[in-house]
Write a protein that binds this ligand. Structure first.
Ligand code: ADP
Length: 228
């Protein structure tokens, strides 16, 4: 569960990015985060990943308060959260298999488990047959599928996708959306920041609209709601 209460975030330069957020997201929800550029969407996701702490207010992720969480327990929090970026961020000299396995090697998972888990998630994103390819031998949509596989390989409770379809053509975007839906149906909370009106209005889910650091709309089965 993700809970924000009375959350304000002012950066050191004096910019207030979040201006009083009260949000509760239950385990297993699928939520679109929409809003214009500069609205505070990235700051919102950074608070969840504990890249930033709120200036005031509380952020609670699965019973952990990110403000009082000890430094040495931050990796434990982050292990519960997978992140997917618009620009994939794969390691260019590693194969598809190695890119995904790396996420488990750094947490010292047993080799047998690594092999099994990596092949399972590559199967899930339908890329088992490209395990030995390098990222630049893949299409954009395939690279994004690798980055999704990497994000879910240690079975996080929450998947944050920051404009995951931002660099992809429409057909490929739908493919990515169906994979995110499958991951969500298996119980993972999915938070997706997006500018795609078409996706939000077609695959109906909860919509949280942020403007000027405030929630201006929170609807289940919502719509995109305004023109960019
Ligand atoms: P969005 O993701 O919706 O575009 P952001 O959360 O990135 O919005 O930004 C919200 C506001 O906070 C913007 O005015 C932005 O310039 C500012 N901001 C974001 N990150 C920082 C930072 N690290 N330091 C200072 N200001 C920042």
């Amino acid at each position: 569960m993700i809970q924000m209460q009375g959350v304000y975030k002012t950066y050191r330069n004096g910019v207030t990015a979040l201006n009083g957020l009260d949000i509760r997201i239950d385990q297993g929800e699928f939520v679109y985060i929409v809003g214009p550029s500069g609205a505070g969407k990235s700051t919102f996701t950074k608070l969840i990943y504990r890249e930033e702490k709120p200036t005031t207010g509380t952020v609670i992720i699965n019973d952990m308060n990110t403000s009082t969480l000890k430094q040495r327990r931050i990796p434990m929090l982050r292990r519960q959260i997978g992140v997917v970026y618009q620009d994939f961020r794969l390691l260019p000299t590693l194969t598809v298999y190695e890119n995904v396995a790396f996420a488990l090697e750094v947490i010292e998972e047993k080799p047998d488990n690594i092999r099994r888990r990596v092949m399972d998630v590559l199967d899930q994103v339908r890329l088992k047959n490209k395990a030995r390819f390098l990222p630049d031998e893949l299409s954009g949509g395939e690279q994004q599928r690798v980055s999704i596989a990497r994000a879910i390989v240690n079975q996080p409770k929450v998947l944050i996708a920051d404009e995951p379809t931002g660099n992809l053509d429409p057909d490929t975007s739908w493919e990515i959306m169906h994979i995110l839906e499958e991951i969500n149906e298996a119980g993972t909370t999915v938070l997706m920041a997006t500018h795609s009106q078409e996706i939000v209005n077609t695959i109906r889910k909860r919509v949280i609209a942020i403007e000027d650091g405030m929630v201006v709309r929170d609807q289940s089965q919502g719509e995109y709601g305004y023109q960019m």
